[in-house]
Design a binder for this molecule. Structure first.
Ligand code: BG6
Length: 490
């Protein structure tokens, strides 16, 4: 389904926050992979911007160390040299407009299309935009890439989006949700719209309910300060989980054009039944991890982590029963669950189909187990369909058993490396394709729905339910789904 059909034209990638965590962990390794695969135009230039002065040698070392630490591959000398040759570093005070003149000097007469990548907190986007504007660095073909979270509520996201919109139009803006660059998330479209078997069974007449789990075993990895202001709802649910939900629930878009896809996703976001004071206790659970064990090793509770203030109420786990009020999904709950310090890293979608209306195999099953489609997003990417089959044997006329039809991506597609989401998304930006980026109205619709929940939490003053690190979340999360006579697929 690659929309990356045309090789990228040359550009000048200007990366704000090159020394930050995101750049070192994700962006530099992604650029290295694009370089290695010859997907960067020979003339493309990369300018890394950071807030501290750094010599060319120190910058080369920073790049090398990041690639060694986070690249996950043995570095190829030639590719590394090519990448380092096209990269430069400049020190810039992002919030001082007068400093941007120096940026203009380093561009000189270069007429390459500029891509401004904001790998900084969104509170800085307004200053960066006005600095660029005042220095006359924004042209009609410039692009801007924005990292999430964009604000922490509908109101604050509007402030950020307005500030950027004062200098760039929507067609120039690429809002990243890196889940939209993941192989298995993109495959949802192929699975649904290229396979007639699923296209025709994908609604409330055939599907009983859907579960989406994005579980992480990691904690905060020195990000307590950032995370504590966000929590799992704003960090993961508002963006990644709702985007997955949209791809699962949306109507077929007319084509893969950016607006065709984004229009359909927006309709889903607008159809989410609001969480209110009356239904929040039945439909939403928030938790916070306490002391426990991960992989047999003791780990501290959230409030005992390095940098913690000891009495935070921020949630590290959320489970929500989501209803989508439209014709296709009326009566089909989507159960969403996401948390830190859970039993294991495991992101998967489980589609539970409806049971057969009549059972003629009572000898094997008093109640026939319904089909279940599992889409493993990560790790061990793949798809598994639970089916019922006759047990082989001459006397086994009507004995049946449940078996999985299992498609493991690593087995089916050989040992092909799983492309990292950032590689794909950077390439898509260079090719000026917005299909896998989030439009402003989507961000706002997602915030509107999430705000209702976070505001109710703030008003209630309730504490998040504690759960042991290394478990699957608080027991109230089990109750949430058990109330509907269902169980989480762990
Ligand atoms: C980020 C969140 O957007 O996604 C992190 O800020 C989270 O808290 C990360 O750990 C998870 O991404 P992935 O690709 O490892 O599932």
């Amino acid at each position: 389904m690659s929309t990356a059909a045309t090789p990228p034209t040359p550009c000048h990638l200007v990366l704000f926050g090159i020394t930050g965590d995101l750049s070192r962990r994700k962006l530099l390794p992604a650029l290295y992979q694009l370089e290695r695969a010859n997907l960067l135009h020979t003339d493309t230039r990369i300018l890394g911007l950071g807030r501290s002065p750094m010599s060319a040698d120190d910058f080369r070392n920073l790049v090398l160390t990041a690639l060694e630490q986070f690249g996950g591959v043995t570095l190829e000398h030639q590719a590394l040299l090519r990448l380092q040759r096209r990269m430069h570093y400049q020190h810039l005070n992002f919030d001082e407009a007068e400093h941007y003149g120096s940026l203009q000097e380093s561009f000189g007469n270069c007429t390459l299309r500029r891509i401004f990548y904001f790998a900084t907190p969104s509170a800085l986007y307004a200053d960066i935009c006005s600095g660029l504007q005042q220095a006359g660095l924004i042209a009609g073909d410039s692009q801007v890439v924005m990292e999430k979270p964009i604000g922490d509520s509908l109101a604050s996201s509007r402030v950020v989006n307005d500030a950027v919109a004062a200098h760039f139009n929507e067609a120039q803006i690429y809002r990243i949700d890196h889940y939209l660059g993941k192989e298995t998330v993109l495959n949802l479209l192929v699975l649904r719209f290229a396979n007639a078997l699923f296209t025709s069974n994908w609604d409330n007449s055939c599907i009983d309910h859907v579960q989406i789990t994005v579980a992480e075993s990691v904690g905060l990895e020195d990000r307590w300060g950032f995370y504590d202001k966000a929590g799992q709802m704003r960090d993961m649910v508002q963006n990644h989980l709702l985007q997955i939900l949209c791809l699962l629930a949306m109507e077929p878009p007319a084509d893969l054009d950016a607006d065709s896809i984004r229009n359909e996703k927006l309709k889903v976001l607008k159809a989410l039944r609001p969480i209110t004071r009356d239904n929040i206790h039945r439909n939403v659970v928030r938790g916070q991890y306490a002391l426990g064990h991960i992989n047999g090793k003791p780990v501290p509770g959230y409030n005992e982590e390095a940098g913690a203030d000891g009495h935070s109420r921020t949630e590290t786990f959320v489970a929500i029963k989501v209803d989508i009020d439209n014709w296709r999904w009326a009566g089909v709950p989507f159960y969403l669950r996401s948390g830190k310090r859970l039993a294991q890293k495991q992101s998967e979608i489980n589609i539970h189909f409806r049971p057969q209306p009549h059972n003629i195999f009572r000898g094997s099953y008093a109640e026939l187990p319904p089909n279940k489609l599992t889409i493993r997003l990560q790790p061990d990417e793949g798809i598994e369909l639970q089916m019922l089959n006759k047990v082989p044997g001459i006397t086994e006329i009507s004995r049946i058993a449940k078996n999985p039809l299992d498609l493991s991506f690593s087995e089916s597609f050989g040992n092909q490396r799983v492309v990292d989401a950032y590689e794909r998304l950077l390439l898509e930006v260079m090719q000026q394709n917005q299909s896998w980026f989030v439009r402003r109205d989507e961000v706002e619709a997602a915030w509107r729905w999430v705000d209702a929940i976070t505001e109710l939490w703030e008003q209630s003053g309730d504490l998040p339910a504690p759960y042991q690190a290394g478990s699957w979340g608080p027991s109230s999360s089990i109750t949430l789904i058990a109330r509907d006579d269902r169980l989480w697929d762990d």
